[in-house]
Design a binder for this molecule. Structure first.
Ligand SMILES: Cc1cc2nc3c(=O)[nH]c(=O)nc-3n(C[C@H](O)[C@H](O)[C@H](O)COP(=O)(O)OP(=O)(O)OC[C@H]3O[C@@H](n4cnc5c(N)ncnc54)[C@H](O)[C@@H]3O)c2cc1C
Length: 385
């Protein structure tokens, strides 16, 4: 089989690249080992796909070169993306922090992207095993179990290695290395954090409790935290996993609240009951027990009140480790962007080879930023491949 563009990986990035290439009249073949396309999109946002964010800036991404994402993002503002999908019947609703979710579920977005790709003539080879991809004279050859595909351009859109249950592999990194591209160190990102030994029982006791927090360490993460029987999870924790590399985190359980004022209003209450005015009841009880605080609020000296308030705005939590690739929404690190054009996503030393999406060393924070990067980088490559 001979095509202009072979795209390995039919996820969000591969589909958008196919749409872009097809619009320019290029013949396109998407090859994926899954029988279903875009399985990560289908699972994203709890099945509702947090598909983009109202407010996207380059600083929302971690990348070895912080300027790398600028060009592709500038060519796909989230407003334009939303207008495009809304016009095609994909409804979204905006929730906290500018996150857009697909009202009819992630499936509406996947069907839309597939329809747009098929409209411009893209073909799909699904359930295919790719054995190798190599340079073949001026072109590329992709060896699959259904035969060899020859293409003038080859796009690697194979995603990161996180969440293998959804078809993720590390094949993209191996292929990229085979073409002489470097891969930066890989880490699981946007993942729950497991409790260290000193906090394991505390978390277990509080499993199921959730509250708004701010987590501070080498960065700052805002949102809700959920205690689980193994540690902590929830949007703020997933975001904190992007900067946590070991050591202690400080959790503010009382963002924007003045605990000393709350205590002053309730001198006769048991300390744990006073805390329960501003914290979930079970957390208030566990905190009082952990800090050995009993008796009425009136029994606390002004210094003890100050110390308690300080403790609850910077509650020390040392994770044992991040949960790992099985439950990480993204892979931090990837194909080194130093050898990739930020404008076209083409490998500077391998003409005709493109790398897009999560496979690159580009990772967004929680909130629709990773899917948006997949589309933006896919479309940018689709203008050139
Ligand atoms: C559970 C979960 C929830 C998420 N929720 C959100 C969210 O709400 N919002 C958000 O912005 N981001 C979210 N993400 C992250 C986001 O889904 C990804 O960053 C994005 O889908 C990456 O797109 P991609 O096209 O680069 O890669 P992928 O979507 O991973 O696509 C890669 C494709 O390559 C195929 N492939 C892999 N290996 C091989 C191989 N060896 N041979 C052939 N084909 C192969 C895969 O089957 C897949 O179809 C979530 C991720 C997960 C896991």
């Amino acid at each position: 089989m001979q095509v202009d563009v072979a795209i390995l990986g039919a996820g969000a990035a591969g589909l958008c690249c196919a749409i872009g290439c097809g619009r320019r009249g290029r013949s396109v073949l998407l090859i994926d080992h899954g029988r279903k396309i875009a399985r990560k999109v289908l699972a994203s946002g709890g099945g509702r796909a947090n598909c983009t964010n109202e407010d996207i800036v380059p600083a929302d991404y971690v990348c070895g070169n912080p300027h790398f994402v600028k060009s592709a993002l500038a060519r796909l503002p989230s407003r334009d993306f939303l207008d495009w999908i809304h016009a095609g019947g994909v409804a979204t609703q905006v929730e906290d922090a500018g996150k857009h979710f697909c009202t009819g579920g992630a499936i509406t977005l996947v069907r839309f992207l597939e329809a747009r790709a098929r409209e411009v003539g893209a073909q799909f080879m699904l359930g295919a095993t790719v054995a190798a991809a190599r340079k073949d004279g001026e072109a590329f050859a992709v060896d699959t179990d259904a035969g060899t595909v020859r293409a003038a351009s080859l796009v690697l859109a194979l995603g990161g290695k996180s969440w293998p249950g959804l078809g993720a592999t590390d094949f993209g990194y191996a292929l990229a290395r085979g073409f002489g591209l470097a891969v930066t160190p890989l880490l699981p990102g946007l993942t729950p954090l497991l409790a260290g030994p000193d906090m394991a029982a505390f978390c277990q006791e509080l499993s199921g409790v959730s509250l708004p927090v701010v987590i501070r360490g080498q960065g700052e993460a805002v949102g809700s935290l959920l205690f689980t029987h193994k540690g902590i999870s929830g949007p703020a924790v997933l975001d904190a996993s992007m900067f946590w590399r070991g050591g202690e985190l400080a959790i503010d359980f009382l963002p924007g609240l003045d605990l000393e004022a709350v205590l002053a209003e309730a001198p006769r209450l048991e300390i744990k009951n006073a805390l329960a005015r501003v914290l979930p009841k079970r957390l208030a009880g566990e905190v009082a027990q952990k800090l050995a605080l009993a008796g009425p609020v009136a029994g606390l000296s002004p210094k003890a009140r100050r110390e308690l308030a300080a403790k609850l705005v910077a509650f020390p939590f040392t994770p044992g480790k991040a949960e790992g690739y099985a439950k990480a929404e993204v892979t931090i690190g990837g194909v080194d962007t130093a050898a990739i054009s930020s404008k076209t996503l083409e490998a500077t030393r391998v003409p005709g080879l493109y790398v897009i999406g999560e496979l690159l060393d580009v990772t967004g924070r929680l909130g629709g930023f990773n899917l948006h990067w997949a589309y933006a980088s896919g479309f940018a490559a689709g203008e050139s491949a």
